[in-house]
Structure formats: structure tokens, C-alpha cells
Design a protein around this ligand. Structure first.
Ligand SMILES: [Zn+2]
Length: 132
């Protein structure tokens, strides 16, 4: 394995984005490869994803690769948090109503069934009336 260590010296190596690309490529290829149509398309996507992952791992431009990975992680967490937020909201929607503050877009949670109430945004202090 010494030749590999020498070969990988000063190269970026694997990170979450590259591993994610490989996993996504394999999963997409596996799922779409079993469809009666478009399996050439699955093969192209799979090849592109895996080629990109290999390119990134062998790259010497470490700063660019790190910023790509940071961007991918931020995007991933944003998507995941969006799903969690939606799930939490659905779970709470029987007992609470959600409003956006008209001034700062902050999301406010108000108990249901209180009729018309005056809401004060805890973030910016904006006051508005809502029916809940
Ligand atoms: Zn506000």
C-alpha cells in the first residue's frame, strides 16, 4: 500500500461530498438500472457522479475541494433541517398554528382555538393580529 500512500500525497483524498457522490451514484444506478426505461441514463449519471468523486479525491487543489465540501454540507443540513421543520410542524399542527411575522419573516407558533389574538414577535417586537 506504499505506492498508494505516495500517490495520494498532497492530494485531497475522500471527504463527505465524494463519498456522498459515490453512494448517490450507486443508489441511482441501482434503482434506475432496474427500470425498463432510461437505464442508459442511469449509467451516465452513475458514471458522472463516480468520475466527479474520483476527480475530487485525486485533486491537488485542496482549498477549492474544501470549499465545495463545505458548501455541500451546508446544503445537506439545510435540506435535512427543512424536512425536520416540516415534520415537527405537521406533528404540532393540531395544537398550534404557525404564522410568519410580517416584518422579519420569523416563524411564530401560537396555540389553536384562542380566537382573534394580538401577537408580538419575540424577535423584532412587531405586533399583529391573527385569528387562530
Ligand atoms: Zn418579527
Amino acid at each position: 500500500m506504499n505506492w498508494l500512500r505516495n500517490f495520494m500525497r498532497e492530494r485531497y483524498g475522500p471527504d463527505q461530498l465524494s463519498i456522498g457522490l459515490i453512494v448517490a451514484g450507486v443508489v441511482i444506478g441501482f434503482i434506475m438500472g432496474h427500470l425498463p426505461i432510461l437505464n442508459w441514463f442511469a449509467w451516465i449519471i452513475q458514471s458522472v457522479f463516480i468520475a466527479l468523486a474520483i476527480f475530487r479525491m485525486l485533486s491537488r487543489d485542496i482549498i477549492s475541494r474544501q470549499s465545495e465540501n463545505a458548501w455541500a454540507m451546508r446544503t445537506w443540513y439545510r435540506i435535512r433541517d427543512g424536512f425536520r421543520e416540516g415534520r415537527d410542524k405537521r406533528a404540532q399542527s393540531k395544537t398550534f398554528k404557525f404564522f410568519k411575522c410580517p416584518a422579519c419573516r420569523n416563524v411564530l407558533r401560537v396555540p389553536r382555538g384562542k380566537g382573534s389574538i394580538r401577537i408580538t414577535c419575540p424577535k423584532c417586537g412587531e405586533k399583529f393580529t391573527k385569528n387562530c
